[in-house]
Design a protein around this ligand. Structure first.
Ligand SMILES: [Zn+2]
Length: 311
């Protein structure tokens, strides 16, 4: 299957943008400062501030000596779980695609040899520019009939419940991979305004690929939910542990079962156009402790800096 030249170029350019942003953000955020009040660097000031754009993922490394008995973070009322890296606890902080721009607190409760403490960081959320599409469609093409509406509501509830579960174990290891190679649409965060009414923003990335192409798990995990939904069609939700989920929609075929352990790169389904889709493509989404993040942000995480090769 061939795709038009302009979308190919647009997709590549957008992807490079995303990578550049992620890389910059991570360099600035791998070593948070003001951990130790009275230390060499001040508690305040923009030099120690974490920052990231809406939809990005920050890797937060807390340089503590030894493994604390307990450590847990909170950001905008969402959990930020930590795991032990090679030189201190590490957490993945997801900035939701619609978190309000501005400065918010990342609060970390630590209990170690020094006793219980609370560490506080400023996180600057930077506004991302998302595409906006205005569409005018006949009313009967937009409104769902009662039966479909009931079905969609039940399906939304099923997904919400599944994504609320936080497995205490980290299943993912090492770097993350793209589930399929194809033409990236750059549709993450796109807002459609249909007949003057704003719809929910597009919470993943669409990758156009040939019908039947293999779809691979982005990392190790557990297939937590397999569905055949009205909008997303045949879909797989993979739980990577510590509140990280990836989802793969519009599949033509699902090749894993609920509860099955999957490895990074394992084929979990085939590209299709099931559900509401205009052509064969993969909708790839990532949820991190409730935050809707750009799945491509996962690929650029410098996990090798905080984990040893076999972690
Ligand atoms: Zn999509």
């Amino acid at each position: 299957m061939r795709f038009g030249q302009p979308p190919v170029q647009l997709g590549r350019r957008r992807r490079l943008d995303v990578w550049a942003i992620v890389a910059t953000v991570l360099l600035a955020s791998v070593f948070p400062v003001d951990l130790f009040p009275g230390g060499p660097r001040g508690q305040h000031g923009s030099d120690g501030q974490l920052s990231g754009k809406q939809g990005q993922v920050l890797l937060v490394h807390v340089p503590l000596k030894g493994q604390p008995a307990d450590i847990a973070g909170r950001f905008l009322n969402r959990r930020v779980p930590f795991f032990q890296g090679t030189s201190g606890p590490v957490g993945l902080l997801g900035i939701d695609m619609q978190d309000a721009p501005g400065t918010h607190e990342l609060s970390i409760e630590v209990t170690d040899a020094q006793g219980p403490r609370r560490l506080s960081y400023n996180v600057l959320v930077i506004k991302e520019k998302y595409p906006v599409q205005h569409l005018t469609l006949p009313k009967d093409k937009v409104d769902l009939d009662d039966e479909s509406l009931v079905r969609v509501k039940a399906e939304q509830e099923q997904v919400k419940t599944a994504l609320e579960g936080v497995s205490p174990e980290r299943f993912w290891e090492g770097t993350f991979i793209e589930p399929v190679h194809g033409t990236i649409s750059g549709a993450f965060g796109r807002v459609r305004i249909i007949n003057g009414q704003a719809r929910n923003p597009h919470n993943g990335e669409d990758i156009a690929a040939p019908l039947g192409a293999d779809v691979q798990a982005m990392n190790d995990g557990v297939a937590r939910l397999t569905v055949d939904h009205f909008f997303s069609g045949k879909g797989v939700f993979i739980d990577h542990g510590l509140g990280l989920y990836s989802m793969y929609f519009h599949l033509s075929d699902i090749t894993v079962r609920n509860g099955e352990r999957v490895k990074r790169g394992q084929v979990i389904g085939k590209v299709g156009a099931s559900g509401r889709a205009t052509g064969p493509h993969l909708h790839w989404g990532v949820r991190l402790n409730g935050a809707r993040v750009n799945p491509y942000a996962m690929l650029a995480l410098p996990v090798s800096q905080v984990l040893s090769a076999n972690q």
